[in-house]
Design a protein around this ligand. Structure first.
Ligand SMILES: *Cc1c(COP(=O)(O)O)cnc(C)c1O
Length: 353
């Protein structure tokens, strides 16, 4: 909670985070990684759930290797990561060198310039290197690697990233074969290729270290994870007002919904500013126990209306759960599971249980 909000009453919007599910998800992914070690991506504030608590929980479960995207994220987590490996996926820009020099974290170098920068200005401390095997996002090229880019560099982890691990396509094997051939250019380096989905592609993809993110936080990256990965985040929202619509009345912005018959509505303290996206308009649902309460009309910035015909007893001040089962919610909203998690906003009271 920001300092300025101290003294304010507890928020009308809650994100309950299940520590045991997070730890169990990591354990399952570590088990599926076979003889490879399993790390954890905690970038983007632990996929929106809270990086510090995620890191502590995963470290308690036995995870030793963590990945963030930026040095700002590394600065926040480094005090919690003593004795653990913290890797910064975006490498080092000139602007990062001051911070990087004083922090117990290592860059994942992504370009020949970054390699040079680290060698010359970074004291050639321990680092990792990303190589591009076909995604064409970040990473040095195979040709650069083959021409001796890493010679004399204090690199102990060589990474590449799969573009299509959540699909069964030929490109996975192409990237695997390219990557497997690179060990010779990075003698003594551990190797790492698989994200959450990549882990389920099988043993060939595991190398020395896997890097799950999404599935730690309850995302189902591939069908193989169904029934093993448990949800971590639960959303509850408070009813701000209850009202009755007469037949023929319309609701919300642009009056996209008009009642055919009278309807009981509850207005929830939740909207797209919280990451409950407009794609849930007329499609999402809340839950009171196991009674489904459909979202009616458009989701607004801070408010969402649900039909409570099935729950006459619900009152102003009562709480309902929001159905946020990630693969289903992704289908309903047209957003990816990644977007749904990382979009969860700052107004939630995050409670680790
Ligand atoms: C985010 C990220 C991961 C984790 O990917 P998931 O699909 O969330 O499991 C792994 N490696 C790299 C390089 C990443 O950027």
């Amino acid at each position: 909670m920001p300092d300025s909000a101290k003294g304010a009453p507890a928020g009308p919007l809650r994100l309950t985070l299940d520590r045991r599910a997070l730890a169990d998800n990591w354990r399952w992914l570590a088990g599926q990684s076979g003889t490879a070690q399993a790390g954890a991506a905690v970038k983007a504030n632990g996929y929106g759930l809270g990086a510090a608590e995620a890191l502590k929980t995963l470290a308690d479960a036995g995870c030793r290797v963590f990945f963030v995207a930026t040095w700002a994220e590394a600065v926040e987590l480094a005090p919690l990561a003593a004795g653990l490996e913290l890797h910064v996926l975006h490498g080092v820009r000139d602007e990062d060198m001051m911070v990087a020099g004083g922090l117990d974290a290592r860059p994942v170098l992504n370009s020949a310039d970054q390699v040079r920068r680290w060698r010359e200005q970074g004291g050639n401390r321990l680092c990792s290197v990303m190589v591009d095997t076909g995604m064409n996002r970040l990473g040095v090229s195979v040709a650069e690697l083959a021409s001796g880019l890493l010679q004399g560099l204090n690199c102990d982890l060589l990474l590449s990233h799969l573009a299509c691990a959540d699909e069964d396509v030929a490109m996975n094997r192409v990237q695997l074969d390219r990557f497997a051939g690179l060990g010779a250019y990075a003698p003594g380096c551990r190797m790492s290729l698989a994200n959450s989905a990549g882990i389920s592609l099988g043993r060939d993809y595991h190398f020395d270290l896997t890097r799950p993110g999404l599935s730690l936080y309850g995302g189902i990256a591939r069908p193989e994870a169904q029934g093993h990965i448990r949800p971590v985040a639960r959303i509850d929202a408070q009813i701000l007002q209850r009202r009755t619509l007469l037949a023929g009345e319309s609701l919300g912005y642009n009056a996209t919904f008009t009642t055919a018959q009278p309807m009981e509505l509850a207005i929830l303290n939740l909207g797209y500013a919280d990451g409950y996206w407009r794609g849930f308009s007329g499609r999402g649902r809340a839950l009171a126990g196991d009674v489904a309460l459909p979202v009616m009309g458009r989701v607004s910035m801070d408010l969402t209306a649900i039909c409570v015909d099935a729950m006459p007893a619900l009152r102003e001040g009562d709480w309902v759960q929001i159905d946020f089962e990630l693969s289903h919610a992704a289908q309903l909203s047209g957003m990816s599971q990644y977007e749904l998690l990382t979009g969860l906003g700052g107004r939630f009271e995050r409670r680790w249980a």
